[in-house]
Design a protein around this ligand. Structure first.
Ligand code: C5P
Length: 445
């Protein structure tokens, strides 16, 4: 077992690249102890990021939904919450940079000046994902103001499809037949969940009372400050069958939620591949610096978004409607963003898919049992199961082969010999795994 794990770590280490320290030191300046530590802990880092990311995703989705639907406060302004989390992310990244510079202010400032200001072209490259992420983060609030947690998460799994397409277009990553099969299954599962007749009720059952109370209150559909979904008495839950599923507002809200998720999927796929490429193969591979570069633009775009709500802010203040839940959402959103970047650097976008799948199960149960969202129908359970299985199917071993080919293909020192060596390492690793696995099974028997 040990040998198998070592092989996997070796392959991962080489194909995924290097530590933050290594990437700055450059070749020939590695510290053997640190490298060994990273090699020994890469697998546990991956597992840890998987667990932390799935817990973070579930908590985030549930808290966000809670903060938009169950709070007794007046609704907070979405754009301000997004700006707050971007500010927090940048502040945390600056702290990490300071720690990474040995807590010497002069070194921190020098790195900021050289890597962010002087290296303007590399910094500018982050403007694209920054814009998309700010739009996506605003859409996340709109989606969860209009859809239940489970429908949101299952539909959002379509980002695996968009990630695959962008990886193919932008990185030339070839997909194995099993990946195409799992992507087809993914679409089937999402369609089942969407076609599920009960979903019109599932998605908006929690907010219908307020919608009904506001005659023609269309601004709420955008999930903005004027929105009434979190109005007084928002905690009251009406059973889904007490409302007509064809209620026009219900349908419109649901469509708006789904549209927000679809656009987020495209943004997530593109930005994920773009950022992963930058931190693994760009000129600047330091994750901390990349996050700071991203943060600078994200804040600029988030401020522009806030200016669209200037009238509401002038009337009732920037922090109107903020509750403890809102602050927790801001905190978890910021922490989650940094966690996502760590996963992209030390694992990949596929691992992110796994994490979300696990969190679907957790948040579906909690949103049903604790938040009063409607109970899952059989069709929903089947659809969600297909989506989760397809995610796992997508992440099975052959993906590594294509990753290795792809990463070696893009590496400056790529050679057919290197590709063969890595694939051989992977193969022997798999053989060892199978061998050890059957040996263990024999022992168990
Ligand atoms: O759903 P998805 O994985 O695309 O979500 C990405 C999230 O991670 C977004 O909220 C984005 O703002 C955040 N992120 C970040 N820093 C990065 C990459 C992503 O905060 N370097």
């Amino acid at each position: 077992m040990k040998t198998g794990c070592f092989c996997e770590r070796r392959v991962s280490d080489e194909s995924l690249g290097m530590s933050e320290v290594d990437s700055r030191r450059g070749p020939g300046m590695e510290v053997p102890g640190e490298k060994r530590w990273l090699r020994n802990h890469l697998l546990s880092l991956k597992t840890l990021s998987l667990v932390v990311l799935s817990v973070q995703t579930s908590t985030m989705v549930l808290l966000l939904r809670y903060s938009r639907t169950t709070s007794t406060h007046q609704p907070y302004i979405i754009t301000t919450a997004v700006l707050m989390s971007e500010l927090l992310k940048l502040a945390l990244s600056l702290c990490f940079l300071h720690l990474d510079s040995g807590k010497i202010m002069r070194v921190t400032l020098k790195r900021l000046y050289e890597d962010v200001l002087l290296n303007a072209w590399e910094t500018l490259k982050l403007a694209i994902p920054a814009f998309l992420y700010v739009v996506q983060n605003n859409l996340l609030f709109i989606a969860l103001s209009n859809l239940d947690a489970a429908t949101y998460q299952v539909t959002y799994q379509l980002k695996i499809l968009t990630t695959a397409i962008f990886s193919w277009v932008m990185l030339g990553k070839r997909l194995a037949p099993i990946h195409w099969l799992s992507l087809c299954l993914l679409m089937l599962g999402v369609s089942l969940v969407q076609v599920d007749g009960g979903n019109a009720n599932r998605s908006t059952s929690k907010i219908l009372p307020e919608v009904e109370a506001m005659e023609g209150a269309d601004p709420s559909l955008l999930g903005g400050a004027e929105g009434g979904e979190a109005g007084e008495g928002g905690g009251e839950v009406h059973p889904p069958d007490a409302h007509n599923a064809a209620h026009p507002n219900t349908e419109v809200r649901r469509l708006l939620g789904i549209l927000a998720v679809f656009v987020s999927c495209i943004s997530s796929g593109f930005s994920g591949v773009y950022f992963e490429r930058l931190v693994k193969k760009g000129k600047q591979t330091s994750l901390i610096i990349r996050n700071i570069q991203l943060g600078v633009f994200s804040i600029a775009f988030a401020v522009m978004a806030v200016s669209g709500d200037s009238r509401a802010i002038r009337e009732n203040g920037f922090f109107q409607g903020y509750s403890l839940a809102t602050w927790l959402v801001v905190l978890i959103q910021a922490f989650g963003g940094l966690m996502v970047s760590v996963t992209m650097k030390y694992a990949d976008n596929i691992l992110k898919g796994f994490a979300t799948s696990l969190s679907i199960v957790m948040s579906s149960l909690v949103s049903w049992l604790a938040l009063g969202d409607a109970a899952p129908t059989i069709q929903f359970v089947i659809g969600a199961s297909i989506v989760i299985s397809s995610t796992f199917l997508y992440g099975v071993t052959p993906q590594r082969e294509s990753e290795i080919r792809e990463s070696t293909h893009h590496a400056p020192s790529a050679s057919p010999h290197k590709v063969r060596t890595r694939l051989l390492a992977l193969h022997s690793c798999r053989t060892t795994h199978t061998h050890t696995h059957s040996h263990t099974r024999r022992q168990d028997d």
